[in-house]
Structures are given as C-alpha cells and as structure tokens.
Write a protein that binds this ligand. Structure first.
Ligand code: DX5
Ligand code: ZN
Length: 219
C-alpha cells in the first residue's frame, strides 16, 4: 500500500467562495493545499499573491505547498515563511544559484522544493538532490490549470526515482498538471509521492467525493 499524498490546487477554486473551498479541502481526504503563485513573467499568467495566501493560511488546517512560478524567487522567501508556507518550491529555470536558494528556504524553517518544466531533464538535479525535500515535476507547461497531461512524465518520474535512490536521498516526487483518475495510478506505480490536481477536483460536481475516489486509486 502506498502513501501517496493528494494536493488539490487552489488555482481552480472559486475565488468568490474561497473560504467555502478551503473548508471543503479541510474536511476532505486531501493532504495538502497546493498554492500556485504566478508573476506574469516567468509564466504568461498572473494568479494570486501574498494577501490571498494570508487569508487562505488563516483557515487552512493542512500543510501549505507553495509553488512559485516567479523570476528571482529569493526576493520573497522570507515573506512566504512569514505567511505560513510549509513547503516552498522554486523553479530550477528561475534560479541562478539553486543550492543557495534551497539553503535560504530551509533557513526559514520550510521544506525546500524545486519545480522543473517539462523540457528540463531530471539529471540536472542530481548534484543537489540531497538538498531537495520535494521535486515538483511539471506534467504541463506551467501557467494555467486545465491543460492536458504530458505522457513523457511517467518516464521522468522513473528516472528521478532512480537518482533519488542512488544518492540515498529522501526527496519526494510531486507531479503537477493534468492529473486525473486516468493517470494517477500509473504515476504512483512510476514512483510519485504527491499528486496535484486542480480542475479535476474543483471542476467536479462533488469535489470531496472526487478527492476520496482519487485517494482510493492511490492506495
Ligand atoms: C500549473 C499549476 C498547476 C495547476 C494544476 O501552472 O502549477 O498546479 O494548478 O491544475 P490542473 O490540475 O487543472 O492541471
Ligand atoms: Zn502548481
């Protein structure tokens, strides 16, 4: 039995009913809140920032998994720690000194995550794998919810798992983008530890049931 975690992406929530949707996740079988921060520069979209996360943190009773899709994320590490982020992921492609950035995240008491775009080879993380708590493998091009899952991701999960094992690291593998009941099982079998699901959860007529069903697939 696996212990795969499920992190609904709040990007797909109804922002006019945010507290309702946060409580739904609190009361569901989901494990984390996945929070997508986009700056309109690293990705071609702007999502939400500090004030919204501050409000979410007030109500959220599960860990906050913050995914920064912003250039030069070092500027805001302390701010996200102060807001209550538990896991902070920066993009490999947005950091000039990734090793330093990872230490800065840990020094603020958070778990350090690295997200990589679909075109980025997992091998590029090998030299820092022991410093990474979570790798967020993007299974769509970051910037938007509701896109189709890129099939090549299964292979990347397997390759990354091998690197983690070979280095005796404890790094978790998260898969983010286009996750549904159609690919969840295969992702777990490939080695995924955390699945993010946005539109599949919030687009459903009964989100808590979809979360329970998805968690059952992950068992
Ligand atoms: C994409 C975001 C994802 C997104 C997932 O840039 O990082 O977290 O919210 O949404 P779905 O599950 O709809 O692809
Ligand atoms: Zn994300």
């Amino acid at each position: 039995m696996s212990h795969t975690l499920l992190a609904p992406s709040v990007l797909a929530a109804d922002f006019a009913n945010l507290q309702r949707d946060i409580e739904m996740i609190n009361n569901s079988d989901a494990d984390w809140f996945h929070l997508d921060v986009m700056d309109g520069l690293f990705v071609p979209n702007i999502s939400y920032g500090m004030p919204v996360i501050k409000s979410i943190a007030k109500h959220a009773k599960k860990p906050l998994d913050v995914h920064l899709m912003i250039v030069d994320p070092d500027r805001y590490i302390k701010d996200f720690a102060d807001l209550g982020a538990n896991i902070l992921s920066v993009h490999y492609e947005a950091c000039n000194h990734l090793h330093r950035t990872l230490q800065a995240i840990k020094n603020e008491g958070m778990q350090a995550g690295v997200a990589i775009n679909p075109h980025t080879n997992v091998i590029l993380l090998e030299d820092v794998i022991n410093d990474i708590d979570l790798v967020c493998l993007m299974s769509v091009n970051p910037g938007f919810g509701g896109q189709s899952f890129i099939e090549h991701t299964y292979k990347k999960v397997e390759q990354l798992k091998k690197i983690i094992k070979a280095n005796g690291a404890q790094t978790k593998i998260e898969v983010d983008g286009g996750v549904t009941d159609k690919n969840a099982r295969q992702l777990v079998d490939a080695g995924a530890d955390v699945l993010v699901a946005g539109s599949y959860v919030f687009g459903a007529s009964n989100p808590p049931k979809i979360i329970t069903d998805l968690k059952n697939i992950l068992k």
